[in-house]
Design a protein around this ligand. Sequence first.
Ligand code: FMN
Ligand code: SF4
Ligand code: SF4
Length: 313
Amino acid sequence: MECERGMGSAVGQEPKVLMTIVSWVKEVAKVPVIVKLTPNITDITRPARAAQEGGGDAISLINTIQSLIGVDIDNFVTYPVVDGKSSNGGYCGPAVKPIAMNMLKNCAQLPDLKIPISGIGGIENWRDAVEFILLGATSVQVCTAVMHYGFGIIREMVSGLERYMDDKGFENLDQMRGRALPNVMHWEDLNLKYKVVANINEDKCIGCQLCYTACEDGAHQAISLSDDPLNRKPTIIEENCVGCNLCSLVCPVESCIEMQRRDDGKEHLTWKDRTLAGNIPVTFNDPLAGGLHHWVPEPAEALTKQTPLHYKL
Ligand SMILES: Cc1cc2nc3c(=O)[nH]c(=O)nc-3n(C[C@H](O)[C@H](O)[C@H](O)COP(=O)(O)O)c2cc1C
Ligand code: SF4
Ligand code: SF4
């Protein structure tokens, strides 16, 4: 059902039309029919089911994601420029892998979808292939990476996959297929009692303060700076830290900020449990919300916030 520039994408967005076309193809096909799904749709499971209902032997996903690569800001036209005009292209390669894996997971977790799924989107090496298989892919396909590096990468993918399977004791793909699926659940079913906090390794810290900026402006104001202008190394305010991990992602020094577990693993409580019990926060300042002592300023107060001392130096 594909070509993102032609009718394929259009019919791929209409499950009934997709089902009808697949059934026409199946009437005459002498080979298995793999129905390729467009990612340019909100709920990928609808065309996935339609492909099965139409008699498709398998589905594959994803195709490219409609996109614009950029704008020529001097001539007011998007790239690539064709005689002064342009059109959308299809995004692919490593950037689309997270989207492809989410769509694959959504289809693979459907109890009523019985046909195989071929995984596509950003696969470059054996590890990517393993990830797709662990999320339920029966086979994987590679486009951009082969265009970039050549067919030679397939040899490395095969040997890497074989080694992984040996290390894990998998004798065949069936034993590893979908192994990650039971662990991907709805957010409201995750354990709220699982508590991790950020920890800064002072010996590794170079004092760039990127973590402070990220936590202060983008997270939970859980990192403080020293009053001593000569000491640039920040400190975690543990009681404010919600374990979001943002600081460790922005830290340029490897393993400088690590998340450390604080709960004993004995308690289990989900957001769904709390909602059912009516035990959910109703205001920002509710102690049930986020970190304890979490200060949320009124907008007017926030706008007049004093500049921290160290910025004046
Ligand atoms: C240059 C180019 C042309 C493509 N043409 C088609 C096509 O004609 N039909 C199709 O179903 N998919 C087409 N695709 C999509 C790929 O088959 C694949 O689904 C997508 O690029 C994601 O995989 P990748 O990240 O490995 O490239 C094309 C992709 C590229 C990069
Ligand atoms: S984990 Fe999140 S809340 Fe905790 S210090 Fe880092 S950025 Fe702040
Ligand atoms: S981002 Fe990392 S290196 Fe920079 S100040 Fe924070 S902990 Fe130190």
